[in-house]
Structures are given as structure tokens and as C-alpha cells.
Design a protein around this ligand. Structure first.
Ligand code: FMN
Length: 191
């Protein structure tokens, strides 16, 4: 099972970086598997620490992929890292094992600290739709544009029926990114 989270990491110089990551549990440890190259990967190897933030503010997923928004952070309690202010809960992690791989190394973490900040308010289909489109947008250059258009047509239904303002904003940022990508492809084809 994979949980979609916002991972905060710190560079060697102490600069925070946030990125959406799917995480798994394996033998009591948390497994994070970044594709190379990745700033998150560099940071995790440099500091040995990570914070996993569980949030229902899907603008953070869409915004961190599309360069929109600034997401307030505060110092973590037990590890060298930062917590997303909008997290409903977070886990502070310490790197305990690395299995290197040319494409996608596996990083195993021990959970050092857990905090809950706000209750889970139930499932929302528009939030799930934003996460789905965010995953596609993070792989935009690897996917055929027809597949992305098909998925958007289907996911749009949940947005129209169940989105609030945050979900609409997040959705629009992702749609804009897809439209820009299409315009680039058309430009290349005409050149
Ligand atoms: C929901 C979601 C889950 C993701 N999970 C992963 C993952 O497990 N591994 C990965 O390499 N990228 C994953 N991505 C893509 C990264 O967030 C994205 O490529 C990001 O820019 C990482 O690169 P960076 O570390 O250089 O910022 C995911 C994206 C989304 C939207």
C-alpha cells in the first residue's frame, strides 16, 4: 500500500525543499524511492532526515509541481527538518538503510516521532482527482498526450461535483501546466 505525502527535506546548507512522494511501509520501516536525479534524494542522503506530512490541502501537491504558492513551515520537534503548517499529521524520520540503484534507489527510514494536528475529515473525490492529475503531471514528458486528455475528461467529473476552492485552484494549476506542455509540443512539431 502506498500513501501519498508531502516530503520535506533539507539541503546541506539548510534550505528546505518540499515535494510530493508516495511512501510505503516495509518491515516496520518507511520506504521512500526517488527516481534519479532528484533534489530530495540528494537532501535525504546529505542529512539523513526527512519529514512526512499528511495533508488534505491538495494545493501543496499541485503547487509544488507547478511552481505556485508558498507553504508555511515550522521546525520539526525531534529531527533536523521542517513540518508543513497545513499537515493534519506528520512523521519525523531518520535514514537507516540505503539500497542503491541506477534508476530508483530505496531509502529506508525509522520513524522517530509522530504528531497529529487536526482530524481527518473524510474522503473527498476532488482531492483524489487532483492527486491523480498531479501524478500524471509529474510524468508529463513520459506520457502520450491522448492518455492525459482521456484522464482529465474522467477526473473532471469529480472536480465539477465535489471540489471546494482549494481543489479548484490546485486543479487549475495542473491544467495550465498540461496546456503549456501541449503548446510546447505543438511549437516543436511546427518548427
Ligand atoms: C502524488 C505523487 C507521488 C509521487 N511519488 C514519487 C515517488 O515515489 N518517487 C519519485 O521519484 N517521484 C515521485 N513523485 C514525483 C516527484 O514529486 C517530483 O518528480 C519531484 O519534483 C521530485 O523531484 P525533486 O526531488 O528533484 O524535487 C510523485 C508525485 C506525486 C504528485
Amino acid at each position: 500500500m502506498i500513501y501519498e505525502s508531502i516530503l520535506t527535506s533539507l539541503s546541506h546548507e539548510g534550505k528546505p525543499h518540499i515535494a510530493p512522494f508516495g511512501v510505503r511501509e516495509r518491515d516496520g520501516l518507511v520506504l521512500i524511492a526517488p527516481f534519479k536525479p532528484s533534489l530530495t534524494l540528494e537532501n535525504l542522503l546529505a542529512t539523513g532526515h526527512a519529514v512526512l506530512n499528511f495533508t488534505d490541502d491538495v494545493r501543496v501537491f499541485a503547487g509544488s509541481l507547478t511552481g505556485h504558492g508558498t507553504w508555511p513551515l515550522r521546525k520539526a520537534s525531534k529531527v533536523n527538518g521542517y513540518v508543513l503548517e497545513s499537515a493534519l499529521a506528520h512523521q519525523e524520520l531518520e535514514l537507516v538503510d540505503v539500497r542503491d540503484n541506477p534508476q530508483r534507489p530505496e531509502l529506508y527510514f525509522q520513524v522517530r516521532h509522530i504528531e497529529t494536528h487536526a482530524p481527518f475529515r473524510g474522503f473527498n473525490r476532488a482531492q483524489a482527482a487532483v492527486i491523480e492529475l498531479a501524478v500524471l503531471v509529474s510524468r508529463l514528458h513520459m506520457l502520450p498526450i491522448e492518455k492525459i486528455d482521456d484522464e482529465i475528461r474522467y477526473l473532471q467529473i469529480a472536480i465539477e461535483k465535489t471540489a471546494g476552492e482549494r481543489e479548484q485552484q490546485a486543479w487549475q494549476w495542473l491544467i495550465d501546466k498540461v496546456e503549456n506542455h501541449k503548446a510546447e509540443i505543438n511549437g516543436e512539431n511546427q518548427a
